[in-house]
Design a protein around this ligand. Structure first.
Ligand code: MN3
Length: 199
């Protein structure tokens, strides 16, 4: 059984950048729904229930066909959102990690250029999906996935993910996705991003 993780902070903790009502619905309804549907899909496959969520997503092609789409959508949704909550912190943290800064500079030119690329990727994602910073072997890459597809399904390691489904911002920002993305940068927990890069 997969479990809905706690946020680690209160619903209103990310105000004014991300509003409390959005956080409450996003965590308690959307994320909880992915977890419930994932568990329901795995009910008749006990051997899959003991896998970590990463193992499950990494082996998505081996998941029985009758539940593969359900696992892709809801398993992806579970992992993506868990990573998303952990990637934010009230007030954000400073980007002072030298190894992370060096890696971003080597790949994108500078931290600002990385942010611009991630922002552009998030804003231009058509419809529902995610913008990602991923590690693929020795290289870093920014790209996006549709729906709840996880980079893990493609053998990539998600380092930072930004949810650009409308449910992530519509109550406060309506159609103004660029404003939401700009606000989100204010609450990024770079400590966690740096840790992911090191593993
Ligand atoms: Mn979401």
């Amino acid at each position: 059984m997969y479990k809905l993780p706690d946020l680690g902070y209160t619903f209103e903790a990310l105000e004014p950048h991300i509003d409390a009502k959005t956080m409450e619905i996003h965590h308690d309804k959307h994320h909880a729904g992915y977890v419930d549907k994932l568990n329901a899909a795995l009910e008749k496959y006990p051997n899959l229930q003991t896998k970590t969520i990463e193992e499950l997503l990494n082996g998505i092609k081996d998941v029985p066909e009758d539940i593969r789409t359900a696992v892709q959508n809801n398993g992806g949704g579970h992992h993506n959102h868990t990573l998303f909550w952990e990637s934010m912190k009230p007030g954000g943290t400073k980007e002072h990690h030298s190894k992370l800064a060096d890696a971003l500079k080597a790949t994108f030119g500078s931290l600002d250029e990385f942010k611009a690329k991630m922002t552009e990727t998030a804003v231009s994602r058509f419809g529902s999906g995610w913008a990602w910073l991923v590690q693929d072997g020795d290289t870093l890459e920014v790209y996006s996935t549709a729906n709840q597809d996880s980079p893990i399904m493609e053998g990539k390691i998600p380092v930072l993910g930004l949810d650009v489904w409308e449910h992530a911002y519509y109550l406060k920002y309506q159609n103004r996705r660029p404003e939401y993305v700009e606000a989100w940068w204010q609450v990024v927990n770079w400590d966690v991003v740096a840790q992911r890069l090191n593993t």
